[in-house]
Design a binder for this molecule. Structure first.
Ligand code: ATP
Ligand code: MG
Ligand code: MG
Length: 391
């Protein structure tokens, strides 16, 4: 079907789900990550590279043995990719990764392209005077973020008021060594997300708008479609498409666009993920072509026919629940969750082959149905909050 080899930078759960599709389509893949990483567990190839996506030599090795390289994680060593002298195509491009990887540069790019975001300003140093000054510019509370390497809210700090600054400086002395910026507080009523696919000839296609619910900064559930007006759903899709269209040329593949839906009805872009995204896992069961397959098709220039992002005709709603590792004395609850899922019509369990640690993303569950009410009833059963699994 496809003679070219795809190199995947990172072998976590996103890489694993890319591999599942690649296997089905006879697409040859090479993974760069630690031995036995989730993606490698399901792909038997002597070509995989045991190493790190932050290591220049390992990235060079990968580029030499594949035709197209892509990412399942953006926290890579961009500098070493720039020196790549092989003919390997890199999608999305290095310029795209570079722009997205630094959240402040990403925000500045969005502002320059007329895309609404929360006001964002650099924080030159992590001291009381600077934070007070930042607070007087943005108002309290405001959000402080590390410019790079943040995920699941790690690297974000809420500065509540002037009194909380001393405590923050005392609690997090390590922040002194990081590049930081501050964001104005976004008074959102809901968080939305849209997966967007950009093809080699620069066409963009969006998936239905979803609603993400976070608990302790980690995505807990995702409702597809989002429980907001259809009007708002369409506006969110258009904004996400415009966002991805604004990226440099060769920004090919799938992107996650996170959005804030504000009290006053406005939509702001929170951040872009240059890869498959947690809020797109629902597409595996609910859409005609999943985000993972769409990514591979896009980077290989394979067909993306009309309506491929639509939900299937027999599924109108989906809830995705992330499976997080429980505390050590509550491991039985993980097993019960899996059993309940397997017992539920319309529910599918995806486990990533990771060792359980508290709050670690171990897998996800997709629950499909013909109404949100039906999906919600099934979710309650799976979570052990009701005894009925077939409503
Ligand atoms: P991810 O795991 O999605 O990559 P992240 O660590 O990159 O997360 P952000 O997406 O920047 O972090 O922020 C995490 C969460 O913090 C958001 O989903 C939102 O709930 C909240 N948040 C972020 N920025 C703001 C803001 N300016 N105002 C209010 N809440 C915010
Ligand atoms: Mg992020
Ligand atoms: Mg985020």
């Amino acid at each position: 079907m496809e003679a070219r080899t795809v190199g995947i930078i990172g072998g976590g759960q996103l890489g694993r789900m890319l591999i599942e599709v690649a296997n089905r389509l006879n697409i040859d893949t090479v993974i760069l990550d630690a031995p036995n990483s989730p993606a490698k567990q399901i792909s038997n190839s002597i070509k995989h590279i045991d190493g790190s996506f932050t290591n220049a030599e390992d990235l060079k090795k990968l580029s030499e043995i594949c035709d197209v390289m892509t990412f399942e994680i953006e926290h890579v060593n961009v500098e070493s990719l720039k020196n790549n002298t092989s003919n390997t195509k890199i999608y999305p491009s290095i310029a795209t990764i570079e722009l997205i990887k630094d959240k402040l540069i990403q925000k500045q790019h969005l502002i320059q392209n007329g895309i609404d975001v929360a006001e964002s300003i650099p924080v030159a140093s992590f001291d009381k005077e600077t934070l007070l000054e930042t607070g007087s510019k943005l108002g309290f509370p405001f959000m402080m973020k590390t410019r790079t390497l943040g995920y699941d809210g790690r690297g974000n700090f809420v500065v509540k008021n002037t009194e909380s600054i001393d405590q923050l400086l005392k609690n997090d002395p390590n922040l002194k060594t990081q590049s930081l910026y501050a964001e104005k507080w976004a008074p959102f009523t809901k968080e939305l997300a849209v997966m967007v696919v950009r093809s080699i000839n620069n066409k963009v296609y969006s998936y239905p708008t979803v609603e993400t619910v976070h608990v302790d900064n980690i995505c807990h559930t995702c409702y597809a479609p989002a429980r907001v007006d259809e009007n708002v759903q369409s506006k969110a899709r258009l904004l996400a498409e415009k966002t991805i269209q604004s990226l440099p040329s060769e920004s090919v593949g799938v992107f996650g666009v996170e959005l804030f839906y504000l009290e006053n009805g406005e939509l702001l872009v929170n951040e872009i993920a240059p890869r498959p995204h947690n809020s797109g896992h629902y597409t595996i069961n609910a859409c005609i072509v999943s985000q993972f397959e769409a990514h591979l098709r896009a980077i290989l220039g394979l067909p993306l026919p009309e309506g491929f992002t639509s939900m299937t005709t027999n599924i109108t709603n989906c809830i995705m629940l992330n499976v997080l590792g429980k505390a050590t004395d509550k491991k039985d609850e993980e097993k019960l969750l899996y059993e309940n899922t397997l017992n539920t019509p319309g529910a599918s369990l995806y486990l990533y082959g990771k060792e359980s640690r508290p709050k670690r993303k171990l897998g996800h569950i997709n629950i499909v149905g013909n109404s949100m009410q039906e999906c919600e009833a099934k979710l309650q059963y799976i979570l052990g909050q009701s005894t009925e699994n077939t409503t």
